[in-house]
Design a protein around this ligand. Structure first.
Ligand code: SF4
Length: 385
């Protein structure tokens, strides 16, 4: 395995940091990512802790192979006590932030306490800067990442940030990195918002020690061969996660109108082929040969209004579950969530529930400020806003 055996502890209350050694028996037993983060979470967070209180902590743990040439080892885990469920939360994201964080020389970063004012944490090796983020507070994820990277003056920085949803402690706020990759579920963005951490920028300064480079590269080659020979990978590269939506609909698994139906009449218009026709770019997380990610754009928007996705869950929930058959409305809803820093799954489920209540006459369209005959996609966008 590839470890630094070091954790970076960031005391947000005092704006201080410390480095601690991670014992070898801990890394060997808990490996990295989720295992390592969970080990420290259970030792450091008491059961009665308020998820949005100053005693909760966030544990950022890149995967054990993150930062090496191992294929698709791009992910990092974030662990905390969830404000949405009140229990253990681990969420993971791809992109490029995880490997960059690992290459700062830390297997784990622990955020604890609460900053007196909004901060952006800038981690360059062992050097951590607590940067005033008052001017970023209130800005969207896209604006935050672009502005912070420009202000840091080095395009190599990888950035994770929260949007206005996290600042307002929305319980399904997410953390976004590389613009469009999310630690989506469970409200991690609200926990960072409660800590007044607007963004984390990481720039690696180290290389990872590999015990036997020749054996490691042989294992990498073998893994690559297996990946390229796997027929599932070809389909995933071609369509991304949305590629399965038509088959899942045929099986009756796609949520339709809050799971009250098994079939959505507009499915063909939001199927894999429809979204495939809108793909403008094919993207990949760090060192990933699968490259499943698809770049699309809200066509009524500007150059900036591009997203990675929509992924299957987003398309199914803003689409079939909300009875929306317009791919552009789904991309627009995805974009709004990305900018605000909201989990698309929870947001779409909530919007679908409200639409369903109005459909059933439990609440009136006028109470929602919506015209009953407005296009379904417009209703979704209005409710999201
Ligand atoms: S590009 Fe797709 S398959 Fe590769 S790591 Fe990212 S999400 Fe996973």
């Amino acid at each position: 395995m590839t470890w630094f055996h070091r954790l970076l502890r960031i005391d947000l209350t005092r704006h201080q940091t410390s480095i601690e050694e991670i014992p070898i028996h801990v890394t060997e037993a808990f490996v990295g990512g989720k295992g390592l983060g969970t080990y420290y979470l259970y030792r450091e967070i008491a059961p009665q802790v308020d998820p949005l209180g100053p005693e909760n902590k966030v544990f950022l743990a890149p995967g054990a192979l993150s930062g090496t040439l191992a294929p698709a080892a791009s992910r990092y885990e974030a662990l905390t006590k969830s404000p949405l469920t009140g229990i253990y939360l681990d969420s993971n994201a791809g992109g490029h932030f995880g490997p960059e964080l690992k290459l700062t020389g830390h297997d784990l970063v622990i955020l604890e306490g609460r900053s007196p004012t909004p901060v952006a944490l800038v981690i360059r090796g062992d050097e951590v800067q607590f940067r005033d983020a008052a001017s970023l507070w209130g800005r969207s994820v896209y604006e935050t990442e672009t502005t912070l990277r420009r202000d840091l003056g080095d395009p190599r920085f990888r950035i994770a940030s929260i949007g206005p949803a996290g600042e307002r402690l929305v319980k399904f706020a997410c953390v976004s990195n590389d613009y469009s990759r999310q630690l989506g579920r469970g409200g991690l963005g609200a926990v960072l918002g409660s800590q007044r951490v607007k963004a984390i920028a990481a720039l690696g300064t180290r290389t990872l020690p590999v015990a036997d480079p020749d054996a490691f590269m042989a294992a990498v080659q073998a893994a690559l061969q297996q990946i390229f020979q796997n027929p599932w990978v070809a389909g995933n590269r071609q369509h991304g996660t949305i590629g399965g939506i038509d088959d899942l609909h045929a099986l009756g698994i796609v949520p339709v109108a809050n799971f009250t139906r098994g079939v959505f009449a507009g499915m063909e218009r939001i199927g894999a082929a429809s979204f495939g026709a809108l793909v403008e770019a094919r993207l990949a997380c760090a060192n990933c040969p699968v490259a499943c990610s698809k770049g699309t754009r809200w066509q009524a928007g500007t150059e900036r209004d591009a997203i990675e996705g929509p992924e299957y869950e987003t398309a199914a929930l803003f689409g079939a579950n909300c009875l929306v058959d317009d791919p552009q409305a789904i991309i627009h809803a995805n974009l709004i969530c990305n900018e605000a820093g909201m989990d698309t799954i929870s947001a779409a489920t909530l919007v679908g529930m409200v639409l369903g209540a109005a459909d059933e006459g439990l609440i009136s369209w006028s109470d929602l400020g919506l015209a009953p005959d407005a296009p379904r996609g417009e209703k979704v966008i209005a409710l999201l806003r």
